[in-house]
Design a protein around this ligand. Structure first.
Ligand code: HH2
Length: 412
């Protein structure tokens, strides 16, 4: 006999409903008329949406229109005194109220129609799961959405922070690639230059000489799409020529030649946030507004890509866990990762064995950080990651599948 969930003696319960579909399911269970479910479901989701570029003289109009819908617009107090200056505003309300606000803003001047359109876009993108596809230069596609994709890391280095570097030995690279493929990897990421904090840049020719023989061996060993972890356009060109499919650029197209190369090859790109360079990034990372700054950085990187001719559907974004961030920054990024979903691109997260995990676990060395990595992988998926970049493929595939079953409704 199922327990009666309602009736006297049952105290009030604060529900945790994270999508409109979850609100609708609860309304149906309650016995709400089907027509009313559709009407009420958008009222059951509260959203906070940060919008930018509101001219001071439009800020009061925005506030009035928000209040007229029963929502709220928080604006900086200086906005009233600087009519020409642009300000951010935080819109707070239910999904329904904010969509109604969007409709109200449509005919408005002073850039408010654009703000309304952005609100609608952010609401649509905040939805929990969506399907996506990137097209590879060889005609294949990588499809995501139903479950999280796992990218196995192959470091062709002698100095990687995690101690997993396998040097420049093609046979070792092929063996690791085969193991990762059998363990369930969806993609492989090959890198021939360590980007650990303090790492010295590697000469491009040396990087190519390390990379190419191993890349060829890996391509012969598995069918998995390969991304190449490099920020040097000529290294990426050689790798694409040899059969790599994706460019993983930790400098997010800071070199315009990289953007041109990706456009020319129609290659997908992974664009990552970093404050500083690997050599200096951990000296004194500082943010006034961590999520805001990472979001704006990635939005601009995406704009650079699109301006260079890379379609936005070919861009994967990455908050750059550990790249110019303190332990607290890394944890906040993971906790609030879902905010980056409003950028509209698949999200890749690389927490695997990183020092934040070691520090939290009393200084454990990288090879003993697998459980800590598992916690971060599960949380990253729960908060919107589409791809996880990991060393321990077998273990993290298992973590991802179970997390996907909870979060996305994935089933074997
Ligand atoms: N992390 C590392 C290297 N490349 N690329 C992306 N997109 N995201 C990451 O988080 C990321 C990355 C550092 O990890 P690893 O490759 O294991 O170490 P090393 O750079 O020392 O070889």
């Amino acid at each position: 006999m199922p327990e009666q969930s309602s009736g006297p003696g049952v105290p009030a319960r604060a529900l945790v409903l994270q999508s409109e579909a979850e609100v609708a399911a609860e309304l149906r269970r309650l016995g709400v008329h089907p027509a009313a479910v559709a009407l009420m479901a958008p009222k059951g989701m509260h959203l906070n949406i940060m919008v930018q570029g509101i001219p001071g003289r439009a800020a009061q109009v925005l506030k009035q229109e928000a209040l007229a819908e029963g929502a709220e617009a928080a604006i900086p107090w200086q906005a009233g005194e600087s009519p020409e200056q642009a300000f951010p505003a935080l819109l707070m309300g239910t999904r329904e109220q904010l969509l109604a606000l969007q409709r109200r803003l449509e005919p408005q001047p002073l850039g408010l129609a654009r703000v309304g359109a952005q609100v609608g876009q952010a609401i649509a993108r905040a939805e929990r799961t969506r399907s996506w596809q990137i097209d590879l230069p060889d005609g294949r596609a990588v499809v995501g959405g139903k479950r999280t994709l796992v990218m196995g890391i192959i470091n062709l280095t002698d100095d990687s922070f995690s101690g997993d570097g396998i040097g420049r030995e093609p046979e070792a690279a092929a063996r690791l690639a085969r193991e990762m493929a059998e363990a369930g990897a969806d993609l492989l990421d090959l890198g021939a230059e360590s980007t650990r904090p303090g790492a010295e840049p590697v000469d491009g020719e040396d990087e190519i000489n390390r990379l190419l023989p191993c890349l060829e061996a890996v391509l012969a060993a598995t069918d998995l799409p390969i991304s190449v972890d490099t920020y040097k356009p000529h290294v990426a060109r050689s790798a694409l020529g040899a059969g790599a499919s994706i460019i993983n650029d930790i400098t997010a197209l800071s070199n315009p030649d990289m953007a041109a190369l990706a456009a020319e090859w129609q290659a997908p790109v992974i664009l990552m946030h970093m404050q500083g360079t690997p050599k200096t990034m951990q000296q004194a990372p500082h943010y006034d507004d961590l999520l805001g700054e990472v979001f704006a950085f990635l939005a601009r990187a995406l704009q650079r890509a699109v301006a260079a001719g890379i379609p936005d559907s070919q861009v994967i974004l990455d908050p750059g866990f550990g790249f110019g961030k303190t332990l607290d920054h890394n944890l906040e990024l993971l906790r609030r990762l879902a905010e980056l979903r409003s950028l509209g691109c698949p999200l890749l997260v690389g927490t695997s064995r990183k020092s934040t995990i070691g520090t939290l676990l009393g200084g454990l060395p990288p090879q003993q950080r697998v459980e800590g990595t598992a916690a971060t992988v599960a949380l990253a998926i729960a908060n919107g990651a589409d791809i996880v970049r990991v060393h321990d493929v077998r273990e993290m595939v298992r973590v991802a599948r179970v997390t996907d079953a909870v979060v996305r409704g994935w089933r074997p």
